[in-house]
Design a protein around this ligand. Structure first.
Ligand SMILES: Nc1nc2c(c(=O)[nH]1)N[C@H]1C(S)=C(S)[C@@H](COP(=O)(O)O)O[C@H]1N2
Ligand SMILES: [Mo]
Length: 319
């Protein structure tokens, strides 16, 4: 997306000193955030020392889902070697290699904000909340490519309802891990880290919104967002945050990272919409990874069942 900007910053602005200072500020910040989280939140299920997860480990007991498309599945090697994951690299071929040794255990997710049950949950506790389903979804990147992926997970609503949001909670915010030791892209100020995304509560509660921890029958590869990510198939790919560590319930609309970076190009809603061009390119067509000819992009990426969430909204204004 902002690759040119990243290259410019890289060439001109980063000095070893500024990197060093950023890193110190980061370390101080996490120490404080950690203390606040433990003091202010009922730690119900703190990380039990979970075992290391093997890459490509099979997930047992996966059910099929009626939400799956019957379209041709994109080859695994394409989906796992062409990734947007700026915490590792702005180069799409980069994350596969750079995320190889990323540690996904122990891993906790902080649930906070406007909920009855503020808590810090071990990721393995979350994975046991509901039976895993295979959801074969179309996935459309704002940049014009798309993939069809057999994700594994369950509806995000399963987690949300257990957290018991307060009536005031109107939005859900997702935050990605911010660990520059492990994620080299975080040392480049191409985005305002950490990566933050959000959904309106009714979007997050829609059964299609997936809390995802696997693909192709196996645990998520690191470059695709292990150990836990969101997949919102009717929205452009950047709404689907990877490696999430915090789920916060808010009254105000969250400020999502890409909207902050380029508000005229990336909105909060970002529903797939062939009729609303990106300021720098058309969104009318897309290219499936591994295919040559482009195909038309469908409204809501073909997920018409979400249309009622937006009835009465001007989707050109709320892009
Ligand atoms: N934390 C984080 N999540 C992210 C991104 C990112 O850079 N960082 N990129 C987004 C974009 S632009 C896309 S298209 C999808 C890509 O997911 P995939 O690599 O599994 O295909 O992840 C999204 N989630
Ligand atoms: Mo994307």
């Amino acid at each position: 997306m902002l690759i040119k900007k990243a290259a410019d910053i890289l060439a001109s602005e980063i000095t070893p000193k500024s990197l060093y200072m950023n890193r110190r500020a980061f370390l101080a910040g996490t120490a404080i955030a950690g203390a606040v989280a433990v003091a202010g939140v009922g730690v119900q299920e703190m990380a039990s020392p979970s075992e290391v997860v093997q890459a490509n480990a099979k997930i047992d007991g996966i059910r099929k889902s009626s939400f799956s498309t019957t379209e041709k599945i994109t080859p695994y090697k394409d989906v796992t070697n062409y990734n947007n994951y700026y915490e590792f690299s702005t180069d799409k071929e980069g994350p596969a290699e750079l995320a190889k040794n990323f540690k996904t255990r122990p891993w906790t997710v902080t649930i906070d904000g406007l909920v009855k049950k503020k808590q810090v949950l071990d990721v393995d506790t979350i994975l046991k909340m509901a039976a895993p389903e295979e959801r074969i979804y179309r996935h459309r990147c704002v940049e014009g490519w798309s993939i069809v992926v057999p994700w594994v997970g369950f509806s995000l609503s399963e987690l949300i309802k257990r957290a018991e949001p307060l009536p005031k909670a109107r939005y859900v915010e997702f935050t990605t891990l911010n660990d520059p030791q492990q994620m080299p892209g975080l040392r480049v100020p191409v985005l305002d880290w950490p990566y933050v995304e959000g959904l309106r509560m009714d979007e997050a509660m829609h059964p299609l919104a997936l809390l995802c921890f696997g693909m192709y029958g196996e645990v998520l590869p690191n470059q695709d967002g292990a150990p836990l990510r969101i997949v919102v198939p009717w929205k452009y790919g950047f709404k689907s945050a990877k490696a999430i560590v915090r789920i916060r319930f808010t009254e105000e609309q969250p400020i999502n990272t890409w909207n902050k970076a380029a508000p005229s190009e990336y909105g909060f809603y970002s529903n797939v919409n062939p009729n609303v061009d990106h300021p720098r390119w058309s969104q009318a067509k897309e290219r499936r990874l591994g295919e040559f000819f482009k195909r038309p992009t469908l409204m809501f990426n073909g997920y018409d069942q979400v249309a009622s969430l937006y009835s009465g909204m001007d989707l050109k204004k709320y892009f």
